[in-house]
Structures are given as structure tokens and as C-alpha cells.
Design a protein around this ligand. Sequence first.
Ligand SMILES: Cc1cc2nc3c(=O)[nH]c(=O)nc-3n(C[C@H](O)[C@H](O)[C@H](O)COP(=O)(O)OP(=O)(O)OC[C@H]3O[C@@H](n4cnc5c(N)ncnc54)[C@H](O)[C@@H]3O)c2cc1C
Length: 399
Amino acid sequence: MSANAQIIKTQVGIVGGGPAGLMLSHLLAKSGIENIVVEKRDHETIKNTHRAGILETGSVKMLTDTGVDGRVLTDGYEHEGIDLRFRGESHRINFKELVDASVYLYPQNEVFVDLAAARERDGGDVRYSVSDTEVLDMATDTPKIRFTDAEGNAFEIHCEILVGADGSQGICKWAIPAEHRTDNFIEYPFAWFGILTEAPPSAPELIYSNSEHGFALISQRNEKVQRMYFQADPNEDASKWSEEQIWDELQKRVDGPDGLQLKRGPIFEQMILKFRSYVCEPMRYGNMFLAGDAGHTVPPTGAKGLNLAFADVKVLFEAIDSYFATKSKDLLDGYSEKALRRVWKAQNFSYWMTNMLHTRKDANPFETKRAIGELDTVVNSRYGQQYLAESYTGWPHGL
Ligand SMILES: Cc1cc2nc3c(=O)[nH]c(=O)nc-3n(C[C@H](O)[C@H](O)[C@H](O)COP(=O)(O)OP(=O)(O)OC[C@H]3O[C@@H](n4cnc5c(N)ncnc54)[C@H](O)[C@@H]3O)c2cc1C
């Protein structure tokens, strides 16, 4: 420890102020459990980072029913289905009718704005712009977080429970000794070329389109800004594409006899999003617990990343709350196993959607036709549609 590091004591120390870290901090504070969040980015940068956009019903309820904010219901858009498109034909998967559920289109940066404002409103201790974060002594009763704050002052947080909510590029999971951790990992031979455009919506709901030219997702943000993606090579250089090339590429992947035309507009962000599936097992080491992307990553095709982060937090909050109320570690001991059950279900769904909808460069005609057979099986069967609808809108929390 630096000789001048100031020691701060708290009950729960949280690394990472993304959706997982801030939601956990909010729930703990509501229950009277002291906690501190350290976050390496500044508020403005997180607010302007565009990532996930689809919230399951359970995630929406966590925002509204725990007093974060009800803005998701007024500023978000309820979607009662998606459009699964292949051979240039649309097939609506009607969530409401199939499983009596829906999702909300509400961008992750708005979720951050709500959570950060709720922490500020309730006097939460969130330290942005920290650097040199380290976690140590996780296998003891006093795990610690070291960091340097925005003004260059060194601190050491001494806590009872340490939570690694520091996302897929974080430090916490790598601090678990290799012999206590299994890294389950696969990579995919494709990525998404993502854009943000100033244009009206091209469709009222998300379009997931399989085509011979590759996959495309036509998504929305609001009345003026839209989010769209098309399947690309992971090594593609997004900056080399002109707006016209991008629009032509997107259009040809949704072309069909119904004449669907994308509404074009100026593109103000274009980036490559690489795909990985990763699960760290267990999501715990000593008194450090992993939550959200720190413990697992899914490809975005199933819209599960942010939702899984919230689902972890729900289980972890209940376990920490029970520990401080009773001093029993039973629920904490069961956290990893319970969270991982949902994680693997979401991994399966994300993997299935990804492989069914994307095309492989090296696929032979058999594989390409088999994939269309799979899509046909889903849309022509109520059970197939129901499986997709149930998984997409999210299983009840705790299951
Ligand atoms: C580019 C991109 C696009 C995505 N698009 C989609 C999508 O379309 N649909 C979807 O469902 N999911 C998407 N995801 C996934 C989704 O955004 C994540 O699942 C979600 O953010 C998980 O929340 P989290 O709180 O676990 O992690 P994060 O949101 O990653 O938050 C972790 C936080 O920890 C902080 N941190 C990291 N290291 C340290 C450190 N050493 N010290 C202090 N703080 C640290 C980070 O700055 C970050 O703010 C996308 C992810 C990325 C990266």
C-alpha cells in the first residue's frame, strides 16, 4: 500500500459503475447497507457510450419498482414482438400473444443516467474517474480495493464483501488465481458493423434479418435516431466505409418481395462489435463476487447482456442482504450456482440466435439450406415461436 493511502471502511466495495455496479449499490443502500462504487470512466463518457437497448420485463421492474426512475415507461418504447425475416419475407413473433410478455426499447445510456441520478439523489458514494484499481485479500474477511481518485489521491477500501462489476475488460476476474477459476470461452467468425443514424424509424419493431449476404438487425432508439447493424468480418475497418456503402449493404440484407425500404439519414457513429461468449466459473472467489459482464459475456444477438447483469444483481443483492441481516453465508454460498443457471440459459439462447441468423463464409449449400430449415421450423411452429418469445422476453427472475 502506498504510505499515504487513505483507508475507508465500508460494508460492500464495488468495482465498476455500469448497470450492474450502480443497480447493486442502489439496492444495498435502500436496505441500509453501506457501499462505495469505484468507476474508472467519467460520468459524461459513460452517458455517451451507446451499447444495449432492449430491456426484459424483469429489468424494467427493477428500475421502476425499486424507485430508480419510471422514465423507462414514459420515454422507452414497449415492443410486443420482433420481425424475423428470411428469404426476404417477414414473420412477426408476437410476444404478447405467445407468452403474454413484452420488452422495452430503452438505451443503456438512459439506464445509466437514471441509475447515476438515483445514486446522487440518495447520497450514494460513487467515485468516477478513478485509476490504478487493484483488488486484494479477497480470500480474507477484509477484502480490499485500492485506487487513485481523480485528484491523484490514493485510497484503500476495506470491506466485508467485494463485488467485481467491472465489465468484460475489468480486472476482478483476472485477480482470481487461475487454479480457482475456469474460463469457458468461444469466439465467432463474425462481428457486427454498428451504426447510429439520424433518421426516422424504418420499422415499428426490431427486424432480425437473415439473408444470403449476411445478417442485419434493424433497431431503433427514438423517433429521430436509429441503431442498425450488419454482420461483418471481425477485422473490418469501420472507418473505411462511406455512408452510401453502409446503407446499400444494410438495404440488400433486408431486400424482399414486400419492397421494404430502409429510411436513410446521416450516420454519426460507425463501429465494429466483436462477438464472444465467455463464462467465468465460479463467479466467486472468497469474499469477492462477480456480477454482470465481469463474469460472463454474450454475443448481442439475443439482447441478453444488460438483462443478465441485472438478473445477477437481483440474486447477489438478496444474498448480501441476508448476510448482513443474519450473518449466515448460506445465500452467498449459493450465489454463483444460482446465477450461473440463468447465465447458461442465456448463453444457449444467444448462441442459438447468433448461429441461426448469421451466415458463415465457409458454409456449404447444405449448411445454408439447413439454417433456413431451422428458421422455417421456428416460424411455422407455435412451440418454436414460443421458445423464442419466452427466451427473448426473459425468464422470471430466480429461474
Ligand atoms: C460496444 C458494446 C456494444 C454492446 N451492445 C449490446 C447490445 O446491443 N445489446 C446487448 O444486450 N448488450 C450489448 N452489449 C453488452 C452490454 O452493454 C453489457 O452486457 C452491459 O453493459 C453489462 O453491464 P455491466 O455493468 O456488467 O458492465 P459494464 O457496462 O461494462 O460496466 C462495467 C464498468 O466497470 C468499469 N471498469 C472497468 N474496469 C475498471 C477498473 N479497473 N476500475 C474501475 N472501474 C472499472 C467500466 O468503465 C464500466 O463502466 C454491448 C457491449 C459493448 C461493449
